[in-house]
Design a protein around this ligand. Structure first.
Ligand SMILES: Cc1ncc(C[n+]2csc(CCOP(=O)(O)OP(=O)(O)O)c2C)c(N)n1
Ligand SMILES: [Mg+2]
Length: 363
């Protein structure tokens, strides 16, 4: 039976640099060489941090770690578009975002070693603690945006999450509230095509994740997540729109998780080597490098300098991390309740006495 359409929708796609690093002249709004170098340097720092974290984990010097490799453009490009007083709500894989936001790398290492002090972040960075329970930070973030709007505080709230998070009720509740109250929110979905071993085709029957915004009454856009210029542009536009009262935007960054889900996973058991290789060839840092080289502001000497400086900074933060005094063993209990219950107090006293008897006071 023929039916009349009530409304037609479309989902835009944005790519500025193609896979060879050549800009689309109709879309590229030139940035200063210094700005582009900054993007490159931040992505390199994130990559070096990631490589070092994996080495430390293998050496028994770090706990379970969730690698970022492949997602640097998505993370750095969007994070650099926010202002210093905007609030960022990360999930758990956003080391690149945290670094750009000025969270000391020492704290990130602490966090991934199981030391809660690493999640006790400086408040002046406007960066919420890492949230492991998938998507649960989204309603909190939307609530913060609602509070900001109520107080006429001109901030924007940036929310990071993965493709897997879009199957959670928390995502849909947050999206709905953001739409209904027209809140200053930018939702950044890193579609890395995997949620541990669940592929995107098992996550949704929809062609894109961006289109989910349309159902909640606001704009969704899909961006090439390995093209930092496209991610930066889309994030800048969405942030400006949100700040000037234009409401929320969902940005789906299409990318790929190059590493295992975490160091506790072995992705070779559930995905094809050839797909992985095809995505490694789309490396986001390499794409920007090619563009910069063609524009004559990347040379091998500059590349080496950037890498060496990133290594120096990461090594320094490893030293800081490893020279922290051990946490107080009673924290294991103290973080459980504000006031310990009598059975827990008894357990804590027994545990501390055991450590004292052993002589070193350490766990
Ligand atoms: C509520 C909840 N359920 C299950 C898990 C276990 N878990 C950790 S990460 C993850 C997949 C998340 O996938 P995605 O949102 O795509 O993020 P990515 O890991 O790809 O960055 C799951 C199921 C969890 N942390 N929280
Ligand atoms: Mg994912």
């Amino acid at each position: 039976m023929p039916k009349e359409p009530i409304e037609k929708f479309s989902v835009p796609w944005l790519q500025i640099l193609n896979e060879e690093g050549r800009p689309d002249p109709a879309l590229y709004q030139p940035l200063e060489p210094k700005e582009i170098q900054f993007l490159y340097e931040a992505m390199t720092l994130s990559r070096v941090f990631d490589e070092k974290a994996l080495i430390l984990q293998r050496e028994g010097r770090l706990g379970t770690y969730a690698p970022v490799r492949g997602q640097e453009a998505t993370q750095i490009g969007s994070a650099l578009a926010f202002g210093p007083t905007d609030w960022i709500f990360p999930a758990f894989r956003e080391m690149g975002v945290a670094i750009v936001r000025g969270i000391p790398m020492r704290m990130l290492f602490q966090y991934w070693s199981g030391d809660e002090r690493g999640n006790d972040l400086p408040t002046n960075r406007h960066y919420f603690p890492i949230a492991i329970p998938v998507a649960t930070h989204i309603p909190h973030a939307v609530g913060a945006a609602w509070a900001a709007k109520y107080r006429k505080d001109p901030i924007v709230v940036g929310i990071y999450f993965g493709d897997g998070a879009t199957s959670k009720g928390d995502f849909h509740e947050g999206m709905n509230m953001a739409g209904v109250f027209h809140l200053p929110v930018v939702l950044i979905c890193q579609n890395n095509q995997w949620a541990i071993s669940v592929p995107i085709r098992r996550q949704t029957a929809a062609q894109t994740l961006a289109q989910k915004a349309l159902a909640y009454g606001f704009e969704g856009i899909r961006v090439d997540g390995n093209d930092i210029l496209a991610v930066y542009r889309a994030a800048k536009d969405a942030i400006e729109k949100a700040r000037s009262g234009g409401g929320p935007t969902l940005i789906e960054c299409l990318t790929y998780r190059i590493g295992d889900h975490t160091t506790a996973d072995d992705a070779s058991r559930y995905r094809k080597e050839e797909t992985l290789r095809a995505w490694i060839a789309k490396d986001p840092i390499e794409r920007l490098r090619k563009f910069m080289e063609a524009q004559k502001f990347w040379t091998p000497e500059y590349g080496e300098r950037v890498r060496a400086e990133a290594e120096r900074r990461v090594e320094e933060s490893v030293k800081e991390y490893e020279s922290q005094p051990a946490p107080d063993p009673s924290d294991i209990f103290r973080y459980t309740y504000y006031d310990l219950t009598p059975p827990l107090r008894e357990q804590m006293d027994g545990f501390l006495n055991y450590l004292k008897d052993r002589g070193d006071g350490k766990v």
